[in-house]
Design a protein around this ligand. Structure first.
Ligand code: GRF
Length: 242
């Protein structure tokens, strides 16, 4: 795999999804592919944790999966080298980090420039790193959300493609806020993957482009279809998504 995905080739894209946990974003992506909302299919799931819940989800959908346990490796570089080989074995068009809790080496990231996406639970550049919901609440934010970006060697620092915004309720806890953000993530990630798979969004390490024009600011997931405050916001994400 090399260079961004072009708009002329209409072959279904091959997605490899990297996970460490529950895999609810993986579930949302599988569902979107199966329903034809994304012109792609998930051809492989790789987890660095043998107990990741998302592995069972992949199995249910007949998707090949692999575990590369980072604890079996003497160094980050050694793990990333095997990870890159495992990814390339699936010949993907796009590598999707969906709750993959690893810091990646620059050499690994460079190999997949313009072909690797991550979802982060904050409105980047705010709250890079961990505990984003608690930090947003501690700061008294009235709005929070999630961002999808191309991956660069800088942690949560790559160009942001699109964001989903959610309101913060006065009585929110980190858990209630996380639930609301995740529900938005399950709409946001498939939408971004769709646009990258169709060649609408491109980045090859220099200028982020949307439909051939530079994207000056992150796109925003359609406000009209956003989660609104109300009882539904407090319920767990749908089963199909994790
Ligand atoms: C998501 O909240 C994502 O933003 C973060 O990790 C979480 C993964 O959740 N990077 P899941 O495994 O997809 O349910």
């Amino acid at each position: 795999m090399s260079g961004p995905i072009g708009q002329s080739d209409t072959t279904p894209r091959r997605l490899v999804v990297l996970i460490s946990g529950r895999g609810s974003n993986l579930g949302a992506l599988i569902e979107a592919c199966e329903q034809g909302r994304i012109p792609a299919r998930v051809v492989g799931v790789i987890s660095n944790r043998p107990d990741a819940g998302g592995l069972a989800l992949a199995e249910q959908h007949g998707i090949p999966r692999r575990v590369l346990n980072h604890r079996d490796y003497p160094s980050r570089e050694a793990f990333d080298a095997d990870l890159a080989t495992a990814i390339e074995d699936y010949a993907p068009d796009l590598v999707i980090l969906a709750g993959f809790m690893r810091i990646l080496t620059p050499g690994f990231v460079d190999r997949f420039t313009g072909r690797m996406l991550n979802i982060h639970p904050s409105l980047l550049p705010k709250y890079r790193g961990l505990d984003t919901h608690a930090r947003a609440l501690a700061d008294g934010e009235t709005e929070h959300g999630a961002s999808v970006h191309f991956v660069t060697p800088e942690l949560d620092g790559g160009p942001v493609i699109m964001q989903a915004r959610v309101p913060v309720a006065p009585d929110d806890t980190p858990d209630t806020l996380a639930t609301r953000v995740q529900r938005a993530e399950h709409r946001l990630y498939p939408e971004v993957v769709r646009r990258v798979c169709s060649g609408e969004i491109q980045w090859c390490g220099r200028i982020l482009q949307g439909d051939g024009r530079p994207l000056e600011a992150p796109l925003q997931l359609d406000e009209d279809t956003h989660e609104r405050s109300g009882p539904d916001d407090r319920s767990p994400p749908p089963r199909t998504a994790g």
